[in-house]
Ligand binder design. Structure first.
Ligand code: FAS
Ligand code: PHB
Length: 388
């Protein structure tokens, strides 16, 4: 088989890249190791920056998003005795949209299926060959047969545990990592959201986040020790702890109910440079991971994919500069979003091992935020998404 671009990974990065390239007349194929149902069963992100919303609409997959997404003009931060409403709209003129990553992925799958785009599921043992040469190819097993795809370019959209980043020789990779001493226990429940906007809570017992997917579906998180397992947390224990981390006036409003999904995700900041090697280009979690506190993971995948799709389109039109500059362009935005995610995590989580000084610094930071339009504007412009 031959395709112009072979995309490894059928998460939001790979699917969106395939859609953008095929809309531009470029023959792209997606190789995904899991089944479509498995990919769609993953509960991930919930906040879309305006940049991602614009891309999805331009790619023709914004209909359900516009009908079912919730536009949020701000968020509430409650921590260290402060209650700060960050008014995104007033401070930046922009908003964010609440629409689950699962739904984005579903919309992308449906659009690709409608155009007959090749998305091969349960592709096993994907291996990249010749990325440094002019004739790269990918081998894999599919439906019990050994397969090979010859292509012009390979896009590594296969996430943190994928094969693409590891194809770049370790001696050529500069990897930056910070592992946080806690994880997020997330719960999905058929309950009304706590507020009409998201609530980020910093408490000495730990961070909590009250989010949502729609008017009857809530997504809440608790900071938990890395040693915790999901089975350690009954629904009752979760709700009781969440209430303890909220101010009393919010805790009494919390609607509780049985969980329909519960999972623990570790938190790390990770960036691997460069994001390209020969004719292999990385996008999304394959190249970087951010703690979800700033709601940037999915949104960084979107800006990577936007840059890469436009660079590949330019390449096929004879302009080689954008593709040559892809890694530097993507990394410039990745580092700024990674800083924001790290700073939000530092401000709102408890770090008992770091003692009372950090706790006082956190308190001072939130108090400054509460009293400074400049500080609130800085947080808002990062949260709604820095320019592409
Ligand atoms: P993904 O990991 O989503 O997709 C990669 C795909 O590649 C997967 O489908 C995988 O099966 C496939 N793959 C891997 N190896 C392969 C191989 N060798 N061959 C073929 N296919 C292969 N972000 C937020 O903004 N907010 C959140 O609340 C949030 N919560 C998260 C919770 C968890 C548990 C995780 C893991 C991430 C979370 N994220 C969150 C980040 C998440 O949304 C990612 O940023 C987003 O999924 C990135 O999309 P992709 O780059 O497509 O990577
Ligand atoms: C979510 O709704 O899953 C969500 C929202 C905001 C975050 C992280 C996760 O910062």
């Amino acid at each position: 088989m031959r395709h112009q671009v072979c995309i490894i990974g059928g998460g939001p990065s790979g699917l969106l890249l395939c859609l953008l390239l095929r809309r531009a007349g470029i023959d792209a194929v997606v190789l995904e190791q899991r089944s479509r149902d498995y990919v769609l069963a993953r509960i991930r992100a919930g906040v879309l920056e305006q940049g991602l919303v614009d891309i999805l609409r331009a790619a023709g997959v914004g209909q359900r998003l516009d009908a079912e997404g919730f536009v949020h003009d701000g968020t509430l931060i409650v921590a260290h005795g402060q209650r700060v409403h960050i008014d995104f709209k007033a401070l930046t003129g922009k908003s964010v949209t609440i629409y689950g990553q699962t739904e984005v992925t579903r919309d992308l799958y449906d659009a690709l299926e409608a155009m007959g785009a090749p998305v091969l599921h349960e592709a096993e043992g994907v291996t990249i060959h010749g990325a440094k040469g002019d004739a790269p190819f990918v081998t894999f097993r599919h439906q019990g047969q050994d397969k090979r795809i010859d292509c012009d370019y390979i896009a590594g959209c296969d996430g943190f545990h994928g094969v693409s980043r590891r194809t770049i020789p370790e001696r050529l990779r500069r990897q930056f990592e910070h592992v946080y001493p806690f994880g997020w226990l997330g719960i999905l429940s058929h309950t009304a959201p706590l507020q009409h906007e998201l609530v980020y809570a910093g408490h000495e017992r730990g961070f909590a986040l009250c989010s949502m997917r729609n008017a009857g579906l809530s997504r809440h998180y608790l900071q938990v020790p890395l040693t915790d397992r999901v089975e350690d947390w009954s629904d009752e224990a979760f709700w009781k702890e969440l209430r303890r981390r909220l101010p009393p006036e919010l805790a009494e409003q919390l609607a509780t109910g049985p969980s329909i999904e519960k999972s623990i995700a570790p938190l790390r900041s990770f960036i691997s440079e460069p994001m390209s090697w020969g004719r292999l280009f990385l996008a999304g979690d394959a190249a970087h991971i951010v703690p979800p506190t700033g709601a940037k993971g999915l949104n960084l995948a979107a800006s990577d994919v936007w840059y890469l799709s436009q660079a590949l389109i330019a390449q096929y039109q004879g302009d080689e500069a954008p593709l040559a500059g892809y890694s530097a362009q993507a990394l410039a935005r990745v580092w700024k979003a990674s800083r924001f995610s790290w700073s939000m995590t530092r401000m709102l989580h408890s770090f008992p091992a770091e003692g009372a000084f950090l706790a006082r610094m956190q308190g001072a930071e939130v108090e400054y935020l509460a009293g400074s339009v400049a500080a609130q504007t800085a947080l808002a412009e990062n949260y709604v998404g820095l320019p592409y």
